[in-house]
Design a protein around this ligand. Structure first.
Ligand code: URA
Length: 440
């Protein structure tokens, strides 16, 4: 088999066989196929597409390029969750303790921030002492004792995806549905859970900008998971506006704690309950309505918060920061961003809001940037709110005073103020499971 022929075949718009896809993934992961040929094939896929059979084979080949984690040493049903990435998306911090407090086990591997989007591992590491790197035995032991652990991805989880993702990043081939679906699902299948809930973000802060492509991505990923013997549902949720009112690592941990204590912004609370209910439903804990009640009760009774404290302590974190959030480090510099005119906020370029937080230090500008855990944005007005000229619409926080100017410029560019109040968008926009596809 020759890589040249595989590239040529895809360039002509033909379907690749399982053997051809395996040849490519194995060869590239083992450094036998050079970057230029892999890049050529990615670009051919970008233009000529892949059908569901090819996408499934690509996913399986990438999943099997490294460790397939065997979670059987952990008793009970294991549920995982994946978000395609957003701004202010701290739902994992809230919903994993909710679900674990109701019985199913959480043995989850999460990612770090990527581009303008935040990552759960960075957020967790903003809690002093908390570790996100363990041996598999330690990981299993924590989950068996506490029912929950969220750690970073092991180095050998879908290594072919790691290499291909880096190549896609520099060859303008990230935003293609079969490539995104296979990249995400290869890691989820390799991570070993029985059930997977996908949170596919849709809007200006997400990879998928419109509902049709978000639902298409969701359907393909659900199909791949179910064919691989995992139970899987996807919700498509709104990312046309940052989720909640805080963006940045410590700020988001504090907001997640607020929600677990029964407070916090309505959009975030609602989304967390819906995602938790779906995870519990996948784990066989009852109908969706029953699972919604379980999730709400877990917050009301304080069980979710207690489970979060257990998780933090299980991973070596200092839980006194969680019980008394005033102990968290505060940024040295703050700056209020004021509305440039009066009217309704009609649009927020959410990707730009995320980039503004990255500029302040909440994310990485290069692969080895050090994160400023205290940096970020406090959002004071969102889409649909009426503001007066000069009113504070956001507060910027950072330990790097020089970043304030650029972050403010980006934030102001992201905000569009108009005369007509826009219609409210639904938080949960669509739901896809193996039988049904519903757009609300
Ligand atoms: N997240 C991933 O892991 N892969 C993609 O391709 C896009 C988002």
């Amino acid at each position: 088999m020759r890589m040249y022929d595989i590239i040529h075949k895809k360039r002509q718009g033909q379907h690749l066989t399982k053997e051809e896809i395996k040849f490519f993934v194995k060869g590239y992961a083992n450094d036998e196929i050079p970057d230029y040929q892999a890049a050529a094939l990615l670009m051919a896929i970008f233009f000529m597409d892949m059908n569901i059979e090819e996408t499934t084979e690509l996913t399986l080949a990438m999943a099997h390029s490294g460790d397939m984690v065997d979670l059987s040493p952990i008793s009970g049903i294991k549920v995982d969750k994946h978000s395609t990435g957003g701004v202010g998306d701290k739902t994992t911090l809230v919903i994993t303790p909710i679900v674990a407090s109701c019985g199913p086990k959480i043995a989850k591997m999460s990612g770090r921030g990527l581009g303008h989007t935040g990552g759960t591992v960075d957020k967790l590491e903003s809690i002093p002492g908390l570790k996100t790197s363990f041996t598999m035995e330690e990981f299993f032991d924590i989950v068996n004792k506490t029912g929950i652990s969220v750690i970073g991805q092991s180095g050998n989880l879908a290594p072919a995806d790691k290499k291909l993702y880096a190549l896609r990043d520099v060859t303008a081939t990230i935003d293609k549905i079969p490539l995104i679906a296979s990249s995400i699902m290869s890691k989820k299948l390799a991570a070993g859970s029985d059930c997977i809930l996908l949170d596919v973000k849709c809007g200006s802060g997400a990879f998928m900008k419109d509902i049709e492509s978000a639902v298409e991505l969701a359907s393909i990923m659900v199909n791949i998971a179910e064919n691989a013997g995992r139970r899987c549902t996807a919700l498509v949720t709104d990312m046309d506006v940052p989720l909640g009112e805080n963006v940045g690592n410590i700020l988001e941990v504090m907001e997640a704690i607020d929600v677990m204590r029964g407070h916090g912004p309505e959009d975030l609370r609602h989304e967390c309950i819906e995602l938790s209910a779906e995870m519990l439903h996948l784990a066989g804990m009852g109908s969706l309505d029953e699972c919604r009640n379980l999730a709400e009760n877990s917050i009301k009774t304080g069980k979710a918060f207690d489970k979060f404290v257990e998780m933090v302590e299980g991973q070596g974190g200092d839980s006194s920061y969680v019980t008394d959030t005033s102990k968290f480090e505060k940024a040295r510099y703050t700056h209020e961003v004021k509305a440039l005119k009066s009217g309704y906020i009609v649009d927020m370029d959410t990707e730009k809001c995320g980039t503004s937080a990255v500029v302040l230090g909440a994310g990485r500008k290069t692969m080895d940037s050090v994160i400023d855990f205290a940096a970020g944005l406090k959002i004071k007005a969102k889409i649909g709110d009426c503001v007066e000229e000069g009113q504070t619409i956001a507060v910027l926080l950072t330990n790097n005073e020089k970043s304030l100017k650029e972050a403010e410029k980006l934030y102001l560019e992201a905000i569009v103020i108009g005369d007509v109040k826009p219609e409210k968008r639904l938080q949960v926009m669509a739901r896809v499971d193996k039988h049904t596809k519903t757009i609300y």
